[in-house]
Design a protein around this ligand. Structure first.
Ligand code: ASP
Length: 429
């Protein structure tokens, strides 16, 4: 019998997790006891399995990002067109992020989830929030304020940056390292290049192996989320969640495919199919960083972008390019501003868009990271950050969706940049 392709296995795992999670949620809600296996709650078992899988993916991140960027930059740098590739990459990252934010802005303005019968929904949402919950939700998520993002790009201690998972710092160091390798004599540069290239290949092999366990890990991760949150949906919050999903869908299914088709001269459907394993992994883990190894695998093997381009563009994108996150930040800030009855002047909306764009660059690729960025936006428009509390209800589910949006943005940009660099990929029209 032919083995089912991994992305189908993952999809089935997600659906099964949805069913099992809902069952557990219903038993709990009905006042029943926590379902257990040999005295251990099922959710704890699922959590345990999910955490092992997530840890395994995270384990390869630092060496993967270091090695792929060094190899990528050294490879391109010696050919002398690093500036051109870097410029195109950053341009598409900024352009797609801005497009995503604007979609979010338009949808939230049109739907107005923060109003009920034309009135701000402040009381209905009991906008106060538990400060302790918020503190713990935004702790260690990695953005201080907008100025700090740039400060963190230059870490005083590269080892500490690696320990703390400060990707921006690691990326900056790796870019410099790769660049200056090209300034060395051949005798020195050659062994260094071979070493980092070998590290990169080992990391990719490790990822492939870890991904064999993806269906089990994904089941654990998703089942816990559903068992804990259920699929309950009420009032303005549900409208907000649906509006965010709709906006994400517009960006993912209209904006990016149009760019792929007309700028990247690539088939959006083939690209989507090639990216599916990465998108499902992003959905299950809600972490761009943890998904990065899979993103690279899909982009190179299925879509056919060269290692030279993907190893530079994708690790950068996992941290810097977050279409879904930026869209969500803007949507969430607008929603809260509506609920507070804040007058949404051009100035306010412009601030929201600008800060969402900047902070999405600095947001770490880990679950719930955008909450910190939303706190920055709320402070800037003078609303209490406690309001973030209400977002926690749906945060995980929306995090899964926006993280897939982030990864889809990265893969689309990599495909487009590859085309602009003259590559013929497997998805070319
Ligand atoms: N979880 C997202 C990511 O890793 C970040 C966020 O929006 O919270 O891409």
């Amino acid at each position: 019998m032919r083995k089912l392709a991994l992305h189908w296995q993952i999809l089935i795992a997600i659906l099964l997790a949805g069913i099992v999670g809902t069952l557990i949620f219903n038993v709990r809600e009905a006042g029943g006891l926590e379902p257990k296996l040999l005295g251990v709650a099922y959710t704890s078992i699922f959590q345990y399995i999910g955490t092992i899988f997530l840890n395994a993916l995270r384990m390869v991140i630092v060496p993967l990002v270091m090695s792929s960027i060094i190899v990528g930059v050294a490879g391109i740098g010696s050919g002398g067109n690093l500036g051109a590739l870097g410029g195109k990459t950053l341009f598409f990252y900024a352009a797609t992020t801005l497009a995503a934010i604007l979609v979010g802005l338009v949808v939230i303005n049109a739907v107005g989830p923060g109003y009920v019968n034309g009135e701000p929904a402040r009381d209905l949402l009991a906008l106060e929030g538990n400060t302790a919950d918020i503190q713990s939700a935004v702790a260690d998520k990695g953005v201080g304020d907008v100025a700090e993002i740039f400060l963190r790009m230059v870490p005083p201690n590269i080892v500490a940056a690696a320990v703390e998972g400060q990707m921006l710092g690691i990326i900056f160091f790796a870019i410099l390292f790769g660049y200056f390798m090209t300034k060395l004599s051949h005798d020195y540069a050659e062994p260094l290049f071979k070493f980092w290239d070998a590290v990169f290949h080992v990391m990719m092999r490790m990822t492939e192996w870890i991904m064999k366990f993806a269906p089990i890990g994904v089941f654990g991760l998703v089942a816990v989320v559903i068992a804990e949150a259920g699929l309950r949906a009420t009032g303005p919050l549900a409208v907000f969640a649906l509006a965010v999903l709709a906006a994400l869908a517009v960006h993912a299914l209209i904006t990016l495919p149009l760019l792929l088709r007309f700028v990247g001269r690539a088939s959006p459907i083939k690209t989507l199919v090639g990216a599916s394993k990465a998108l499902l992994t992003a959905f299950s883990t809600a972490s761009s960083s943890a998904t990065l190894p899979v993103t690279m695998e899909c982009t190179e093997k299925n879509i056919g972008v060269s290692n030279k381009i993907s190893s530079f563009v994708l690790p950068l994108g996992a941290t810097v390019n977050m279409n879904g996150t930026a869209l969500y930040e803007c949507a969430a800030a607008m929603f809260i501003a509506q609920a507070y009855g804040l007058e949404l002047t051009f100035g306010v909306q412009f601030s929201i868009v600008a800060i969402a764009l900047l902070t999405s660059i600095g947001v770490a690729g880990v679950p719930s990271a955008s909450l910190v960025a939303i706190a920055i936006i709320l402070t800037a428009i003078k609303l209490p950050i406690e309001a973030i509390g209400i977002l926690l209800v749906f945060d995980r589910i929306l995090d899964m969706a926006r993280t897939s949006g982030n990864i889809w943005g990265d893969i689309s940009c990599a495909t487009i940049v590859a085309r602009l660099e003259g590559e013929e990929t497997n998805v070319a029209l």
